[in-house]
Structures are given as C-alpha cells and as structure tokens.
Unconditional design. Structure first.
Length: 372
C-alpha cells in the first residue's frame, strides 16, 4: 500500500449534477462512502448487485459490505483486467444475476475502475431492456472520466464496438480510495485530464501547467483537487453534447490510436498510457498536415511527459498492425480512418468534415514511424 502525505480533515461532500435530462447526482469528496446507506434509503429496490473485479473486491470488498450492512445485496466478482470487458464475462454475469433472482426492481452497482463501470453499465442498460444503475468508482480515471459519460461498452472484435447509453441514478466518488490505487494506474488515469486541457484549454489547462507533475500521486490533497478540477472540465464539455455524437466527440482526442494499441498489446500498457501515446501522435499528425502551430506540438507532448507517461510507440508493434486495428475504430464514418486534430493547444480543428478528419493511410504510416 502506498504511503501518502497526511490527509487534510474531511470536508462535506460536493454534489454535481451529471449531464442529461435524467436526475444523476455525483457525490464527490473525501469519506463520502458513508453517504451510501442514506442515498439508498430513497431508492425503492429489492436487491443491490455490486459488480467488482477480484482485485478491488480483495482490497475494498469488506469496506463496501460494512457500508451496506442491513441492505440486501450481493457482490459479483470477475477477473481483473481489460480482457474481462467482453461478451464472455457479460454472459457469465447475466447468468449469475438470473440465478440470484435479479428483477426489474433491482439495482446494479459498478464498484471499481473503468472495466467494472462498463460491465455494470452494460448489464443495467440491457438486462430486461434496462434497470437502474449506480456507480462507486475507486480509481482516478473512473471518478474523473469514465463514470461521467453515459456510454456503456464492451470489447468485441475491437475496442468499445458494442454498447449503449445508460444514465446512473447516482455516482459516489470518494477520493480516499486513491490511497490504495497503484501508482502506474493513478498516473495513467491522469491522461484523460491532460486530454481535456489539450482540447479545451482555458483555466484548466493553466491549472495543469502550474500544478501537474508525478509528485501529485503522493499527495492526497493535491489528488483530490486535481480530481475535482478534472470532473468540472469534462462536465463542461459533456453539457454541450451529452451523447458525445456532436461537439463532445473531441473527448476522443488521442483515442483512435490508443484503442488500437491497447487491443494489440493486450494489457501491456494501461489505457491511460495508450491515450498518452495517442495524444502525442495526434499532435504530430496535426502538425504534419499543416494544421497545428509549430510551437504547440512539443508543448502538447511536454504536458503528457511531465507525469512520466510514455510518448513513443513501442518498436515491436508494426504500423500495419496499428492501421488494421484503427480501421475498426467506432468513430469511423467512411473509407478513411478519422482523427480529432488540433490547430493549437486548447483548440480542436474544425474542417470541411467537421471535428473528425479523414486521413490517408500513407500519412498515418509516415506519422506512426515518426512516433517511435
């Protein structure tokens, strides 16, 4: 377990309203897990089914069970890792839920990181054509990024190729969980915060330039502040486009290559590390196409590198393999692979095709080779 600097006294929770028409409060703060019994009292459900990977269950399962004392509940466990974000795991969890007597009045709770949240979300969004969902995210990335989106997805022949939209009835983000998150996972989760700054700029970009470095991972109060600012930065984008089909597609910056690399390397890199490499690639591609200003390419890479995330492609992953994987990108609309590009740090480029720009295979290959 990591040793953090002594935490500041816990303060009352902040409550944010997630995007969309449905009521979906986000309870955020240190020690807010204690609010869970009170929140559940206001919901009419028969059984709560928590979905967690075996690592989270081992570390935090007892704390969740203590908090749920007196609440009818079951904890369903699956193997940790991106490979579990699959139809096979989904089918196994559906079978277990049916054995336990799940009904339309039940509540599915995603407990853990992004994989747990997506599995829980897809279960809740599809079982009986939709039952209620809630989230208790335990990682930086889940608290600041994945649980804020209504997108629930599984990997099938590619990354996030099947899914649905389903809104949680609440999210409970307790930043005390980060004290036990592995450093590599924690730093990788910050890549999505960097992404928000690169595509939106403004005060949040200035905040990261001033405060972000790898030492943040060792300071509980700074982590709390960074998580707070990251949530606000993403919600500001999502409020313009809750389904991420219009303006909020900019949140996919760096993800076309990232998803391909993540699938090819099968867990060798974290999602956040792949996003870091993908963001640097997108900046280089933007510069190569004459869109990004000269000084902004190194500035974009520097923001990724300052917390120690990788910025170069591994030598043993071929450009052809990456190209083939990117052809399965879930944003693709035509013959060419499409990317979010920058015209300067903090401003995505809008071209004749909108915010997504088709790029030729030749240009992609050349840029991939310059990212090694």
């Amino acid at each position: 377990m990591k040793t953090l600097t002594p935490p500041a006294p816990k303060t009352g929770p902040e409550i944010f309203q997630n995007v969309g028409k449905e009521k979906s409060p986000i309870y955020f703060g240190r020690g807010v897990l204690s609010l869970l019994p009170g929140i559940l009292q206001d919901l009419d459900f028969d059984t709560l089914y928590a979905v967690a990977d075996d690592g989270v269950e081992r570390i935090h399962g007892e704390a969740l069970r203590r908090t749920l004392h007196g609440v009818r509940h079951q904890v369903l466990v699956f193997p940790a890792g991106e490979r579990s974000k699959s139809l096979q795991t989904f089918e196994a969890l559906v079978g277990r839920l049916l054995e336990l007597g799940v009904t339309r009045r039940s509540l599915i709770l995603g407990f853990g990181g992004g994989v747990s949240g997506n599995l829980a979300g897809f279960l809740a969004g599809t079982l009986f054509r939709g039952i209620r969902l809630a989230h208790v995210p335990t990682t930086f990335q889940a608290q600041t990024d994945s649980t804020l989106s209504r997108k629930q997805a599984l990997n099938c022949h590619g990354k996030n190729l099947i899914g649905c939209f389903h809104t949680p009835c609440f999210t409970l983000s307790d930043t005390d969980w980060m004290a036990t998150e592995p450093r590599r996972s924690l730093l990788g989760g910050m890549s999505e915060s960097i992404k928000n700054a690169l595509i939106r700029g403004g005060d949040f970009h200035d905040y990261l330039v001033e405060h972000l470095d790898a030492a943040v991972a060792e300071d509980a109060e700074q982590l709390h502040d960074l998580a707070h600012q990251s949530i606000l930065s993403k919600l500001a984008i999502l409020r313009e486009d809750p389904t991420e089909k219009g303006e909020a597609v900019i949140l996919e910056y760096g993800h076309t290559l990232a998803h391909a690399l993540e699938m090819i390397t099968s867990g060798r890199f974290t999602h956040g590390e792949c996003v870091g490499i993908g963001m640097v690639f997108n900046a280089r591609l933007s510069r190569r196409l004459g869109i990004l200003q000269a000084g902004d390419e190194p500035a974009a890479e520097a923001l990724v590198a300052r917390i120690g995330l990788p910025t170069r492609l591994p030598a043993d992953v071929s450009s052809e393999a990456l190209l083939e994987a990117m052809r399965l990108d879930n944003k693709r609309r035509g013959r060419h692979i499409e990317f979010i590009l920058l015209e300067r740090v903090g401003r995505p480029h809008r071209g004749p095709h909108g915010l997504l720009h088709p790029v030729t295979d030749e240009c992609i290959r050349e840029t991939l080779e310059h990212c090694r």
